[in-house]
Design a binder for this molecule. Structure first.
Ligand code: AMP
Length: 601
């Protein structure tokens, strides 16, 4: 398949290697493009965040601003005429934006915001598919020092309104159709929302403005004001087991992590053509679908259409993608279609393939070798971490099924929580909670309006809520979540949000939601529902509830299955025991039932 990265060979598994698959050995002599990280230990000992910060320019007016590092510093240098974004629309149409053009467009939008009186620190929400205006809006708002919150456009009205309420949205950029279908009716809940900007329409109704008119009238010159590296820049939402979604705050300094991880974990080189398949409505799509590739000055390919295997292979070939960052659900669907489907495409430009967001099965890593001549390099992080924390590096031997080793500058450990609130590390090979030593630049600065410290910080560690183990070679292996949140097709879903939507339906007395294992999506959302007296548990009501949830939440979040129960198992304090429902669903041991008060049976 032509020139590429490592030539890999397989060897017998190491004794502590839990996988059935042999370690994939990398042979550094055969790299067509020498990896940025040549030797893991040397890179780790030479690394410091202060040194990494020096790879960036810093703002001429003082401080550090994500948008300046991503756009302007290239626009003012030799990369001004390089394509920064190639946006491929749903019908395959291509629109290119050079770094110079992207600087001008984002300047215009920063001027629009300032002319409307939007101030540093105000929240600007973006609800768009992967269209050029999404990138211009996000980067322009960062230049104006607003706090940017991208929302997944497939969310239903409820998750959108909840997030805009929590984030106190001042401005929303969206399309007319999304506004009409998902926002307009709930605008009463958003008293702080001054203005909605529609990218594809002129003014529509009250308090909506036209993107076209506003940006046309604005100047394309803008000097990003001095930005303190600790000023808030991004607001992403994540889900917990209980309560509403949590707003995770990241600061401009996060760009140091984005750059360094782009360098080491994604092995970005100057002439790369990079494709991150994630939507910017989720953190991967922002950190790696927008920021990291642009800080490296590479050409970032943006695809508006949803996943379709042959279309993706065609795009990889036509666009000569050299570095590809994708997700396990898509890989598993491709696997199902077979490696032979890939062989009709010339993928000789592809040098490195990585995956994130959910456990990547060892089979999928190895299948990458068969289909693409490359293993998929799994890596791990989460919204709170802001950037890749653990990775399989281009130069490093891959143990299929492992998430890899911590990035230079990141100290990871497996810990056990102690009764006194502290933590202790466990021995190699033992299971525990994955923890990260605090202090990396993209570490969340907190949950909006919430006290995060007590729950997830202890003894200088950030506790991730993931269970994992670390083998004697320092490779980390994912075990599961410590809580009840659900990962479906890479999307993190809070059971409480789904249960609340179901409870809004007049027929529902109680609802509990679990993640049910699924061979493709990892997990699907399954709901257990107890109906109110007078309602019969039949097909008609099941369909009605599924439809109700889809309408409220959007298809990505709504349950795929509903099972009716007369009662749901509860603790003495009245909390529904999702854990028990899940154990019964999977035929697993029911565990400690001492707090069980009422049972479903
Ligand atoms: P999010 O905050 O939505 O990015 O979700 C983060 C969560 O996804 C992590 O806490 C893990 O539970 C899961 N996750 C992310 N990457 C991986 C991976 N490589 N392997 C297993 N789970 C992962």
């Amino acid at each position: 398949m032509g020139p590429r990265g490592p030539r890999s060979e397989t060897e017998a598994p190491l004794s502590d290697n839990a996988t059935r698959y042999a370690t994939i050995r990398k042979n550094s002599a055969s790299f067509a493009v020498p990896p940025n990280l040549v030797d893991y230990h040397t890179a780790c000992s030479a690394f410091s965040w202060d040194r990494a910060r020096k790879d960036l320019s810093g703002l001429p007016s003082g401080g550090l601003n994500i948008a300046y590092e991503a756009v302007d510093r290239h626009a003012r240098g030799p990369r001004a005429r390089r394509v920064a974004l190639r946006c491929i629309g749903k019908a395959g149409e291509r629109r290119d934006y050079t770094y110079g053009e992207l600087a001008a467009f984002t300047n215009r939008f920063a001027n629009v915001l300032q002319s409307m009186g939007v101030k540093a620190g105000d929240s600007v929400f973006v609800l768009l598919g992967r269209v050029p205006e999404l990138y211009v809006a996000m980067l322009g708002a960062l230049k104006a020092k607003c706090v940017v919150s991208p929302l997944f456009s497939a969310f239903g009205p409820e998750p959108i309104a909840t997030r805009m309420e929590i984030g106190e949205a001042r401005v929303l950029i969206t399309t007319e159709a999304l506004y009409r279908r998902k926002v307009e009716a709930l605008r009463g809940r958003l008293p702080k929302l001054d203005c909605v900007i529609l990218v594809d329409a002129d003014e529509y109704g009250e308090r909506t403005r036209s993107w076209r008119k506003l940006t046309r009238a604005a100047s394309d010159a803008f000097e990003t004001p001095a930005t303190h590296p600790q000023e808030a820049a991004l607001l992403h939402f994540t889900s917990g087991t209980t309560g509403r979604p949590k707003g995770v705050i990241h600061v401009h300094e996060a760009v140091v992590t984005h750059y360094a991880t782009g360098l080491y974990a994604l092995d970005l080189h100057d002439n790369d053509r990079f494709w991150c398949t994630a939507d910017p409505g989720w953190v991967t799509g922002t950190s790696y679908g927008v920021i990291a590739p642009l800080t490296h000055g590479v050409t970032n390919i943006v695809v508006e259409a949803e996943f379709d295997a042959p279309t993706w292979y065609g795009l990889l070939a036509q666009e000569k993608i050299s570095v590809w960052y994708t997700a396990p659900t898509a890989i598993r669907i491709m696997m199902k279609l077979g490696a032979s489907a890939v062989k009709n495409y010339d993928l000789s430009a592809l040098r490195f393939a990585a995956s994130v967001g959910e456990p990547l099965n060892a089979e999928a890593v190895v299948w990458g070798m068969e289909a693409f001549g490359l293993p998929f390099h799994d890596n791990w992080w989460q919204t709170e971490a802001g950037g890749i924390m653990i990775a399989n590096f281009a130069s490093m031997d891959v143990k299929p099924g492992s998430m890899g080793r911590p990035l230079p500058g990141i100290e990871a450990s497996i810990v056990r929580r102690k009764a006194d609130g502290g933590v202790e590390t466990v021995a190699a090979g033992e299971e525990g909670e994955l923890a990260l030593k605090t202090g990396w630049p993209s570490m969340m600065r907190g949950y909006l309006h919430e006290e995060a410290r007590k729950k997830c910080f202890a003894d200088g560690w950030y506790l991730t809520g993931d269970l994992a183990r670390c083998d004697e070679d320092g490779y980390f292996w994912f075990v599961g979540r410590a809580d009840d949140v659900i990962k479906s097709s890479g999307h993190l879903i809070g059971p409480f949000e789904v249960e609340s939507a179901l409870m809004e339906h007049p027929a529902v007395a109680e609802a509990a939601v679990i993640g049910k294992p699924d061979p493709i999506a990892g997990e699907i959302v399954k709901a257990f529902v107890a109906l109110k007296l007078g309602f019969e548990a039949d097909e008609a009501i099941r369909k009605e509830l599924l439809g109700h949830a889809r309408k409220r939440l959007g298809a990505a979040v709504a349950p795929k299955e509903i099972e009716f129960r007369a009662n749901l198992p509860k603790t003495r304090s009245g909390k529904i025991m999702r854990r028990l429902l899940k154990a019964r669903e999977l035929g697993l041991p029911e565990g400690d039932l001492s707090t069980l008060e009422s049972d479903e049976r």
